[in-house]
Design a protein around this ligand. Structure first.
Ligand code: ATP
Length: 301
């Protein structure tokens, strides 16, 4: 095999409940991830010379590091170290997931690279080992392999699948420029002003909405504890959320640490109307649509 292609989805957090900071600096979370059809594509090829090379097109082209600072590069190295395979691969990432957009694009690329290299190097690493390597790379990486809808606890890396019926229609308002996840957590702590916070939890109503495939209930149940912090750092996002609400979104939320805003539409046609309205309002850099849940990273060619 000389070339493997893997597609990997972005995520939205249907709920992100943030507890207090732990001794290791991470916050204790209870989150509900959904994988959505806004995907990066990773192509892994056998190189003509030994070593790892990385190239990127699309979102973040020319901005992202192409060395060990890139999570995809690190994923290839980690897998080689774990399996004993030679770390020889030419990686190309075609990115559609916005950079630092709160949709776990870097984590998605890392998950896809684990799978692509494992296939290219014919290692057949057991799934549980791949998931453990994913957790070493970052809190959101296991979910990008897993896909679907799942509860994440701990830092978000302990996953429990959620029963989800039907398909939800999402519209994403993608902002100019990203937000740094650590900055958003710091702002969240600053806004909390040292007050004690309850243990993070998952809402029963959200579970009901997912199980029933009910977009109205889902829209009402969306909740993100980081939203106030993201709005504090990027006040213009209020207007984005308002435009979504004005055009009948069933719910709107800042995705993860932002600044992408995610809206639930009634159906496919409504998602088109919402996308047009957000584009016409000129409140974001670009608008994308995607359905959820979708499967996690998978080999497509
Ligand atoms: P999350 O939702 O997991 O907090 P995010 O979607 O906000 O993440 P990412 O796009 O995953 O943010 O990236 C955050 C930072 O990670 C970027 O600023 C970038 O410098 C670095 N990074 C390293 N590798 C990658 C990659 N393959 N794609 C995107 N960013 C990467």
């Amino acid at each position: 095999m000389s070339s493997v292609t893997v597609r990997v989805p972005a995520k939205v957090n249907l709920q992100l409940s943030v507890g207090s900071e732990r001794h290791d600096g991470y916050h204790e979370l209870a989150t509900v991830f959904q994988a959505v059809g806004l995907c990066d594509e990773i192509i892994a090829r056998t190189p003509s010379t030994p070593g790892i090379t990385l190239s990127i097109s699309g979102e973040g082209e020319g901005e992202l590091p192409l060395d060990e600072e890139n999570l995809a590069y690190r994923a290839a190295l980690l897998l080689a170290g774990h399996t004993g395979a030679k770390p020889d691969v030419d990686l190309h990432i075609h990115k559609s997931i916005p950079i630092a957009g709160g949709m776990a694009g870097g984590s998605a690329d890392a998950a896809a690279t684990l799978l692509a290299c494992d296939t290219l190097w014919r290692q057949a690493t057991p799934r549980d080992e791949l998931m453990a390597l994913a957790a070493e790379l970052g809190s959101d990486v296991p979910f990008a392999l897993h896909g679907g809808t799942a509860i994440g606890t701990g830092r978000g890396e302990n996953l429990t699948p959620v029963l989800s019926r039907g398909t939800f229609h999402w519209v994403f308002a993608i902002a100019e420029g990203g937000l740094s996840t650590p900055d958003v957590y710091r702002e969240c702590d600053r806004l909390r002003g040292g007050r004690s916070v309850p243990d993070p939890y998952v809402s029963d109503i959200l579970m009901q909405a997912a199980a029933a495939g009910d977009p109205v209930l889902l829209g009402k149940a969306l909740h993100n504890d980081l939203q106030a912090a993201a709005l504090s750092l990027r006040p213009a996002l209020r207007q984005v959320l308002e435009v979504g609400e004005d055009f009948g979104a069933l719910g709107g939320i800042v995705s993860g640490s932002g600044p992408t805003c995610a809206f639930v539409a009634r159906d496919e046609e409504h998602s088109l109307d919402l996308a047009v309205a957000l584009t016409a309002a000129g409140v974001c850099r670009t608008v994308r649509r995607g359905q959820g849940p979708v499967v996690g990273a998978r080999v497509t060619g």
